[in-house]
Every structure is written in structure tokens, then in C-alpha cells.
Design a protein around this ligand. Structure first.
Ligand code: ADP
Ligand code: MG
Length: 316
């Protein structure tokens, strides 16, 4: 379990982490989301005992980052946002190197390395040079490396950054698998949609401040507003008059389930009340009023748009 209370970190006059509190519990995959410069990496480095906070507390599995660095490092795997390049090593040599750095017992190393290669789907690349791997494979190798000492908690800083869609899916599957294995994960990203689906909870950070922490569904509910529907009225037949869009709009505005209706030429832009899930009554009301409908298009509110509302900032 990760517990952060009132954590603050300054770099000179810059407040990189500002009174941050959050909890990541057992079995969680916590998505740590915020734009570049928000303070994600700084927070993770403090948890990994690589950086000291100015004030506040942080514990990992009950251990204090200020006092128990050694013990924390044994149960924590930290993957930085920038992996060092080891151009002249094969994948296997690379993992051997870190296995010895982690002081894994020599006779266990082979089995452990084969295990993490399998898990990260890199067995076929065992003898390949690290430099020849695709970005997606290099990122998975980075994960393999932090799994060598079988840590309980994983801090992964932007593991999906710069990956193509396919590599991103592979990374997602790996992270979900790690969660299933019982690891606690804290994964950062500056792109909400990268983490939205797989996270059990998320935290949104901006300018060092935590703006939201909780389940993604709750966050979505909070900001989603009402469903939006665009209705296009049928064009008039030769020699007949156009349908009265304003009158159709008035019909809908009279319904208590409708929040607003605007008219643009033959189109109605309708927003329903947030609690209203059914769209069907809109069609019924229009048909009953004699309106002929050419198109009925419910709009998907994108998660990103919803979160823009929440943060009013730059979370993508
Ligand atoms: N070692 C450092 N020295 C000075 N400023 C830093 C240092 N590390 C990070 N910062 C600044 O702290 C802020 C937060 O950075 P960071 O934690 O890397 O954000 P994120 O990972 O969310 O992009 C940024 O403004 C960054 O420029
Ligand atoms: Mg960062």
C-alpha cells in the first residue's frame, strides 16, 4: 500500500509537489494522470526514495521513505521515464546485469530472468541487442528489469509514452496481468485515455496539486453533463415550406427531461438533463408534434472532454 500525506517538494521557488495526499490500496492499479510538468515524476521519485520531500510523509507498505529506504527498495520496482541505454548488451545480458546489481542469488538468476522474459513476452528476443528492440519492447524490457526482485509495489513512470497503438495494447495487457498477480501499481501518463480503461482508480495532478482521486466512473459521472443529441429535420419537398425548427425546439423545451435546445437551420442541438439516460422520448415527442426527422445522432461525450471540464487545464 502507498500512502502519501501532505507531500511538498520545491525546486528553488518552483512548487513541484504541492501538499499532495493520496492512497493506493491493495490490488489497485492507480493511474497517475497529469500534463507534463505536473509533478508526477517528482512524486514517484520521492516514493522510490531517490528524492527527498521538503515536508509531508510517504509510506510504502507501512515503511517510511525518509527512514526505511533500504527496505522499501527491496519491495518496490521503480521504472523511470527515461531508461538508460545499454547499446552493446543483449536483452539477456541486460537482465543478468541488473539481476547481479539486485544481488539475486546466482543459482536462481536463470529461472528468474526466464520468468520475467516470459511475462513480458520477450523470450524470443533474449539474444537480440537491446538497441535493436522496438520502443514497445524496450519499454517492456524496462518493466522486466523492475520485476527481477519480485517487488510487491511497482512505480512505472510513463511506460506507454511514445508507443504505437499496438505496443500500447501489449503494455496494457502486461500491466493488467501484473495487477492480477497481486502487485500494487502506480502508473503515470500525461494522456488520460492511455490509462482510463485499465486503472482501478485514478488521480489527476496539475501544477503539483491533486485535483481528483477516485474511480474513473465517479469522475466521469461528475463531469459528464447531459447526453447530447443532434436532430436534423427533413428537407422540404419541392414546392412545400421548410419545417418549423423553432416550433419543434419549443416542443422539446417544454419537456422537463430536456436541459436545452438550440436551433441552427434545420438542425436541433439537444442537451438532456444529466440523469436522463433514455433518448427515445425525444423521437416520440417530435413525431407526435408532426416533425419529420432526417437524422438522429446521439453524441458521444469523450472522456477527454469531460476531464477538461474537471481540470480546466491541460490534461489531454
Ligand atoms: N531536478 C529538478 N530541478 C528543478 N526543477 C525540476 C527538477 N525536476 C523536476 N523539476 C520541475 O518540477 C516540475 C514537475 O516536474 P515532474 O515531476 O517531472 O513533472 P511530470 O513528471 O508530471 O511531467 C516541473 O516544472 C519540472 O520542470
Ligand atoms: Mg514525468
Amino acid at each position: 500500500m502507498i500512502e502519501i500525506r501532505n507531500l511538498t517538494k520545491r525546486f528553488g521557488s518552483l512548487l513541484a509537489v504541492d501538499d499532495l495526499s493520496l492512497t493506493v490500496g491493495e490490488g489497485e492499479l492507480f493511474g497517475f494522470i497529469g500534463p507534463n510538468g505536473a509533478g508526477k515524476s517528482t512524486t514517484m521519485k520521492i516514493l522510490a526514495c531517490l528524492l527527498r520531500a521538503d515536508s509531508g510523509t510517504a509510506t510504502v507498505c507501512g515503511l517510511d521513505v525518509r527512514k526505511d529506504g533500504e527496505a522499501i527498495r527491496r519491495m518496490l520496482g521503480y521504472m523511470p521515464d527515461f531508461l538508460g541505454v545499454y547499446d552493446d548488451l543483449t536483452v539477456d545480458e541486460y537482465l543478468q546485469f541488473f539481476a547481479s546489481a539486485f544481488r539475486l542469488e546466482r543459482r536462481k538468476r536463470r529461472a528468474v530472468i526466464d520468468g520475467v522474459l516470459e511475462l513480458t513476452d520477450l523470450t524470443v528476443k533474449k539474444r537480440a541487442m537491446v538497441s535493436s528492440l522496438s520502443r514497445g519492447m524496450q519499454q517492456r524490457l524496462g518493466v522486466a528489469r523492475v520485476l527481477l526482485h519480485d517487488p510487491k509495489v511497482l512505480l512505472l513512470d510513463e511506460p506507454a509514452s511514445g508507443l504505437d497503438p499496438r505496443a500500447r495494447i501489449e503494455m496494457r495487457e502486461l500491466l493488467v496481468e501484473l495487477r492480477r498477480m497481486g502487485k500494487i501499481l502506480m502508473v503515470s501518463s500525461h494522456i488520460l485515455s492511455e490509462l482510463a480503461e485499465m486503472s482501478t482508480s485514478i488521480g489527476i495532478i496539475e501544477r503539483g496539486k491533486l485535483l481528483y482521486a477516485g474511480s474513473i466512473l465517479d469522475a466521469y459521472e461528475r463531469v459528464r453533463g447531459g447526453d447530447q443529441i443532434a436532430v436534423t429535420l427533413e428537407a422540404p419537398a419541392e414546392g412545400t415550406e421548410a419545417q418549423d425548427a423553432e416550433s419543434a425546439a419549443r416542443t422539446l423545451r417544454a419537456d422537463s427531461r430536456v436541459a436545452s435546445v438550440s436551433v441552427e437551420g434545420p438542425r436541433l442541438e439537444i442537451e438532456l438533463k444529466p440523469e436522463e439516460r433514455s433518448h427515445h422520448f425525444v423521437i416520440e415527442a417530435l413525431v407526435r408534434a408532426g416533425v419529420r426527422i432526417a437524422a438522429f445522432e446521439p453524441r458521444q461525450i469523450k472522456l477527454e472532454d469531460a476531464f477538461l471540464k474537471l481540470t480546466k487545464g491541460s490534461v489531454q
